[in-house]
Write a new protein. Sequence first.
Lengths: 420, 294
Amino acid sequence: MSARRTRKRLLSGVAVLMVAGLVSAGCGSRVGASGPGGSSASSCVDTSGNSVKIGFLNSLSGTMAISEKTVHDSLLLAADQINSSGGVLGKQLQVISEDGASEPTIFAEKAGKLISSDCVAAVFGGWTSASRKAMLPVFEGANSLLFYPVQYEGLEASPNIFYTGATTNQQIVPALEYLKQKGVKSLFLVGSDYVFPRTANKEIKAYANANGIDIKGEEYAPLGYTDFSTIVNKVKAAGANAVFNTLNGDSNVAFFKEYRNAGLTPAAMPVISVSIAEEEVSGIGLDNVLGQLTAWNYYQTINSPKNAAFVQAFKAKYGQNRVTSDPMEAAYTSLFLWKVMVERAKSFKTADVRKAADGVSFDAPEGTVTVNGANHHIAKTALIGKVGPDALIHTEWSSGAPIQPDPFLKNYDWAKSLTG
Amino acid sequence: MQALFSQLVAGLSLGSILLLAALGLALTFGQMGVINMAHGEFIMAGAYTAFVVQGVVADAGISLLLAIPLGFLVGGLMGLILEATLIRRMYHRPLDTLLVTWGVSLILQQAARDVFGAPNVDVRAPTWLSGSINIGITQVPAARLFILLLAAAAVVGLSLVLKATPLGRRIRGVVQNRDLAETVGISTRSTDRLTFFIGSGLAGIAGVALTLLGSTGPTLGTSYIVDAFLVVVAGGIGQIKGAVIAAFGLGLLQATFEYSTTASIAKVMVFVVIVVFLQIRPQGIFSVRTRSLA
């Protein structure tokens, strides 16, 4: 082989590797086709014995495993607790766990498997919007139920999905109201470059426009981006009152380290984040996020007997150094909400459960939550928190009462332009 | 004016990070022709070394200084094992090496997840490296200045080894003409092993340095591996100075594009520049002229 050919082969090898990288990056946003659930609406759920199967579908491997493993842990805790107190309609829950492997197409495929070959009564899980969008046609086609536990960008209401995390008017809108109350006149938007931050920022800009808040800049970084010196330079030069952060995953670590190294402080220019929970604080490094703000509906520090019991049970099962976070609590709550729905319907059938859903409420660790039967979201209290020296998040401001879910922002005049 | 200097600093700093990540690869891919996809995981191993050392030595400053040589050793030893068990069976089969080392990289990522847990771990930066240093017109984050100096030290060190030591002479000899080198009595086996050890060790050092800027998690290496290959390919295979120029060139380009557009667009533009450049000069900035027939 000539030297020239060796070089060509080397270069083509590198090209192959880069294409592979691009393809796998592209997969994150691909919406999978409907899985093997097909369009048959007949269910094979077996409720004749003294147990009933349910499915947990979380990423236990791949890049999202960081977050989704914790949700899986808290779902297992909820199943244990329900089983030890007599199960649902007298039947013990038999959990079947599947790994979504951080790939939307695998989520769709495994959802189909859980529904049509395991015959589960309901599925709990999903994290990224891409995974939810991929699973949606599977659940609608098979007329089965998915309980989705993570805050998301709104603008969706499937009859086959119950959304137990916040929609925008329960997280982002209250965060903006809080900032406005605090006298913030200008904002800088930093987000990851995909559907959630782009949609969220559209809503933020519409709100800002109607409320006299000046948007000084808007920057997006590719998912997994690690060098924030230019973006932080831009933030510094723009000199806004606060930064609204919709970055996801590892990028947060690089962003906050750079932010602090550039001499920016929470006192001078606070960052309010919607994807950083208790679990992420230790990974980012407490020093880097101390005093920064977050917007969620649950914090481990919530002072209520119900939450104390949840936190204690979680630590007893998984270790004293573990923390509880909003998506974990929303997942834990989702299993109990399903239990109440089923017991009210006296049936595991999707149609009966759906009919019984409206007004179902549960005393969750975050407070009392109530299901809205019309849009399948739940009323939740919004909480703005601050990262404390104990690496936990402490409530700074609360909406006081649960906010009715409004996934299409129909009741907000400034949002008219968004939903058309 | 200040913005210009800030961006110049940002570009140089990004360049030094790319250089640190790519320097080891310039040796293993550039000099030996091994496409090692697990190079990123050696970077990750270096980062976790910094984490483990900090668990033993609480002082963030001392642990960082200790972690640099230890990271070199850990990365180097992992490279040595990979070379001895797999890669040495596949010299002259670059595409097979690519697939095998990619598999190794996935295994190493999952191993890190099993050992250290899926969430990121925190490596604290010493106080003397947090905050900024004023240099006249602009401020430079101390951590970035440290990485710039570390990258410079690594380049100087590597150049000295290659130019002034018997080992370096052997490495260069083997690169320029493997058969002739063997004929004059150089053990190419042990030279390959040592070259791979040094190259992988440099990845370990890069990993230790990167804990100052980003996250320390199982997928740390994947963020840098493609950029590292870009640097080596653009710089010209077989040349350290090519990698240096390419790394700083790409860093400055990225920073300039990113300032005038957005991070995503800048990445695309950098790719376009490299593709066009390689069309005009497929051998990269520098190329080694050899009389080798192989």
